[in-house]
Design a protein around this ligand. Structure first.
Ligand SMILES: Cc1cc2nc3c(=O)[nH]c(=O)nc-3n(C[C@H](O)[C@H](O)[C@H](O)COP(=O)(O)OP(=O)(O)OC[C@H]3O[C@@H](n4cnc5c(N)ncnc54)[C@H](O)[C@@H]3O)c2cc1C
Length: 348
């Protein structure tokens, strides 16, 4: 009997697998390719929500936990995916500069917003009002992390690449059984795929589609990520990720002409050089209306658990949410109501 079956190999599933590993637990991860939010993500981590100048609850703790967590994976797997890079907010007016200073003076934001205006000139990106620098930011190359981690699991025979068939799951009071695998617990981490999960599909995971462009721009010389209505993230060799859109009605992970047009229009307002679109990607972020994660244990089945609702911030939230769920299962530590799936009523 192993300790865990994990369903889903995106940021949620992989972060739980790593948490199990560091606690000497055994597991098998089952993953298919039906959802791809983690693979298309830009992977930026930024403790501050710049649109509202707010700091999500426990942001600093999540960041502090995330950094050594990812570092340990990098070292063990001998891969590099966490890149520290400043995020510069481009100011469009004096008023925006003033708003920045006002926010930077607030105690919770003070460690994260620099009070110096940066007047650096970047080729291809006019910036007469300068930039504000967000501190302690970076990005995770999710493609390298996810594929590297899945390869590592495959090498150790801990990965099954197939669709998890819910009908084949048998729940025995003290363990679960799937095909020929017996485990003490099962963790569901299917991202937006939650909707096909008969144990948890009553939960209001509404999902927000996001589209992103990968461009090549030889005239743009950025060594920082820019936030200016869209973000522009340098990936090296004149390649940049540009995103992202937010769309609440369309629940297909298919790139659209409308999404592309929106990104191109916003990008053209910011850059003055020519560029070529190399890729156009789309995915569904597993979001909830209250913008909080969805973690916890099934109300009837004590061995059936959920790790979902990482929303727009899977890179920063993944490690911390995996730990909270793990501590609740193995150590009986209660999960706070705000992120506990039990905050939502069961269907009658
Ligand atoms: C355009 C875009 C940009 C983004 N940018 C950022 C960013 O800059 N920073 C950030 O932190 N976050 C970002 N995000 C959000 C981030 O991608 C999500 O928070 C995160 O990926 C969610 O991870 P997940 O593992 O819950 O879901 P997913 O990545 O969707 O993973 C779920 C996995 O489960 C598998 N699965 C589902 N059902 C089954 C089944 N029945 N059997 C087997 N496997 C199954 C799926 O195929 C998939 O592999 C972005 C998202 C998008 C779409």
């Amino acid at each position: 009997m192993i300790d865990y079956i994990i369903v889903g190999g995106g940021l949620a599933g992989i972060n739980f697998a790593e948490t199990a590993f560091i606690n000497n637990k055994t597991f098998t991860l089952i993953n298919d390719t039906s959802h791809n939010s983690s693979l298309v993500a830009a992977g930026i981590y930024n403790p501050v929500i710049l649109k509202r100048f707010s700091l999500p609850q426990d942001s600093k703790e999540h960041l502090d936990y995330m950094k050594p967590f990812y570092k340990a994976i990098e070292e063990r797997l001998n891969i590099k995916f966490d890149f520290e890079i400043p995020v510069y907010r481009k100011f469009a007016s004096i008023e925006e500069q003033n708003n920045w200073f006002e926010a930077a003076d607030k105690p919770p934001l003070e460690p994260f917003l620099s009070t110096k205006i940066v007047h650096k000139k970047y080729d291809g990106l006019p910036s007469p009002y300068g930039f504000g620098e967000v501190l302690h930011t970076g990005y995770v190359d999710t493609d390298v992390l996810i594929k590297g981690y899945q390869d590592y699991l495959a090498l150790n025979s801990n990965l099954i690449n197939e669709i998890f068939n819910y009908g084949n799951l048998i729940l025995h009071g003290d363990h679960v059984e799937y095909k020929n695998i017996k485990a003490k617990h099962i963790i569901f981490a299917e991202g937006f795929g939650l909707h096909t999960n008969p144990y948890f599909n009553y939960l209001p995971l509404d999902g927000t589609k996001g589209e992103l462009l990968v461009i090549k721009a030889q005239g743009l010389k950025l060594d920082v990520a820019i936030n200016a209505g869209v973000f522009i993230l340098p990936m090296g060799n004149d390649i940049y990720k540009v995103g992202a859109t937010y769309e609440w009605d369309d629940k297909t992970a298919v790139p659209t002409e409308a999404g592309k047009a929106e990104l191109v229009e916003k990008l053209n307002e910011v850059v003055s050089c020519s560029y070529e679109i190399v890729k156009h990607l789309a995915g569904i972020r597993p979001t909830t209306k209250d913008r909080k994660s969805l973690i916890g244990t099934h109300h009837l089945h004590k061995n059936v658990h959920l790790l979902n609702g990482l929303g727009t911030r899977g890179v920063m939230l993944g490690p911390a949410m995996a730990k909270l769920l793990y501590d609740s299962i193995e150590r009986g530590v209660p999960i706070k109501r705000e992120i506990n799936l039990s905050r939502f009523k069961l269907p009658l």
